[in-house]
Design a protein around this ligand. Structure first.
Ligand code: ZN
Length: 105
């Protein structure tokens, strides 16, 4: 059976689907379709209840990843690693768009 794998960290799509956890930022790109689908599904199921969908593992994972990227960028800043900072900044921008859409930040 064909399975998507994150080339960066080796996390398999089935790992993500089973646990809801991603191995690294590249996973978001590798599994972007599946993540978008599960986000949509969660949004649909929580909208009716009118409460913030904070308990889902995807939400938590996105927020954790967001915090991790922020602190990584801070570290890169301290090391004056501007290439890394720029790369992290664009990942943070992508992620924060998703988080804002979800009302998490
Ligand atoms: Zn990965």
């Amino acid at each position: 059976m064909y399975e998507k794998i994150c080339k960066n960290c080796g996390t398999r799509l089935s790992d993500y689907l089973n646990t809801g956890y991603l191995g690294c930022p590249e996973c978001y790109k590798a599994f972007s379709e599946e993540i978008a689908y599960s986000l949509k599904r969660i949004q649909g199921s929580t909208e009716n209840k009118g409460k913030r969908p904070f308990e889902s593992s995807v939400d938590k994972e996105l927020l954790d990843e967001y915090k991790r990227l922020l602190s990584e960028r801070e570290d890169a800043g301290l090391l004056r690693d501007f290439d890394k900072m720029a790369k992290l900044s664009s990942e943070i921008a992508d992620l924060s768009r998703e988080l804002k859409k979800r009302g998490l930040i």
